[in-house]
Design a protein around this ligand. Structure first.
Ligand SMILES: Nc1nc2c(c(=O)[nH]1)N[C@H]1C(S)=C(S)[C@@H](COP(=O)(O)O)O[C@H]1N2
Ligand SMILES: [Mo]
Length: 332
């Protein structure tokens, strides 16, 4: 394949191989049309849409990882998908630097092969999975999720993966397993900022068991029909769409089942700012800024915060009952 490099260091395929962004938008438009019921003629195009989606669905340099559109309720938002170039160049991945542009520049040193994910703790079937086997454990689905960072920006990404629940069922947690902890890679040789004092490495996150079992909690291996680029958390990350982005750990190497609530990296760094739950909530402000609104990467201006942030990031109908009776101001 012919490649050229742009000034961000990205390798792009020959233009004849580029199609997906346009196709994604067409798919979104068509789905929207179907949803409004204004689509008699569009029905004829439906088969064409699928053929089109299968024929492309990849931006270029990485291995294809297509997923069938998810049927999980709430898994496919109708909002405009953020451009791949924005999603892959504006990142938080502190192991590669604290500037938004650092991960895209630095994460090429991450070694994703070989890669294993160890399942440990309170389970009947502890096991270390080779990434290749983990990818095949369940059918890959495409989920188009909003992701809202605690810093006040958001984006809409077509992730590829399957519900974490599929893996959890296979490894059979014990009755005493109340939490699931996600431990991510911390290799100072390949991750230049591991060792910096911003966080206590490795980056660790965790969920309550019912949150981990919720079908929207995604174990993700890809985006835009390809395997994940390193800066997005290759080869496997979590995406928990109703929580602030930092709950979605990147480049996971261990999944541990525990009885007690695990200490998490950001909670250790600043417990008053980053709670264990960290559900997106426009009514509970961060101690240093409001969470009532957000700006969409690639669309809203850098200094405008135009969009109203939605309760549970818009996933309230699906996940609200997980928190029935809880004081969300206290359990932030
Ligand atoms: N290992 C690791 N995972 C991480 C982070 C990190 O610094 N290290 N940052 C988190 C934060 S704050 C956000 S908002 C999301 C960002 O994901 P994105 O770069 O794919 O948008 O990743 C999360 N996962
Ligand atoms: Mo974030």
């Amino acid at each position: 394949m012919l490649i050229k490099t742009d000034n961000n260091g990205y390798i792009h395929p020959a233009s004849s191989e580029i199609t997906p962004r346009g196709i994604y938008q067409q798919r979104r438009d068509l789905i929207k049309l179907m949803a409004t019921g204004a689509a008699g003629a569009a029905l004829a195009g439906w088969a064409g849409r699928d053929a089109m989606a299968q024929a492309v669905a990849r931006p270029g340099k990485l291995a294809a990882l297509p997923g069938a559109r998810s049927a999980v309720p709430g898994a496919v938002t109708m909002e405009k998908v953020t451009d791949y170039k924005d999603v892959a160049s504006y990142n938080n991945f502190y192991e590669f630097g604290t500037d938004k542009s650092d991960p895209a520049k630095n994460a090429h040193t991450l070694v994703t092969k070989p890669w294993t994910v160890a399942i440990e703790g309170l389970v009947r079937q502890p096991k270390t999975y080779a990434i290749e086997d983990l990818i095949k454990l369940s059918a890959q689905e495409e989920r188009i999720y909003r992701l809202r960072c605690v810093e006040g920006w958001s984006m809409v990404v077509p992730w590829v993966g399957y519900s974490l629940a599929e893996l959890i069922k296979k490894v059979e947690p014990l009755g005493s397993a109340n939490y699931v902890e996600f431990i991510t890679q911390a290799d100072p040789k390949t991750m230049p900022f591991v060792g910096s004092r911003v966080l206590d490495w490795p980056y660790v996150e965790a969920l309550r068991m019912d949150e981990a079992m919720h079908p929207l909690t995604l174990l993700s291996f890809g985006m835009y029909g390809e395997v994940l680029p390193n800066q997005s958390g290759a080869p496997v990350r979590l995406v928990v769409p109703w929580k602030y982005g930092f709950k979605s750990g990147k480049s996971i190497v261990k999944i541990r089942f525990t009885d007690k609530e695990p200490r998490t990296a950001w909670n250790k760094a600043a417990a008053n700012e980053y709670g264990f739950y960290s559900n997106v909530n426009p009514n509970v402000d961060h101690p240093r800024w409001s969470q009532a609104s957000e700006r969409r990467i690639g669309e809203d201006g850098l200094f405008s915060k135009k969009r109203k942030t939605l309760m549970f990031n818009g996933y309230e109908a699906q996940v609200g009952q997980l928190y029935a009776g809880m004081d969300l101001k206290k359990n932030y």
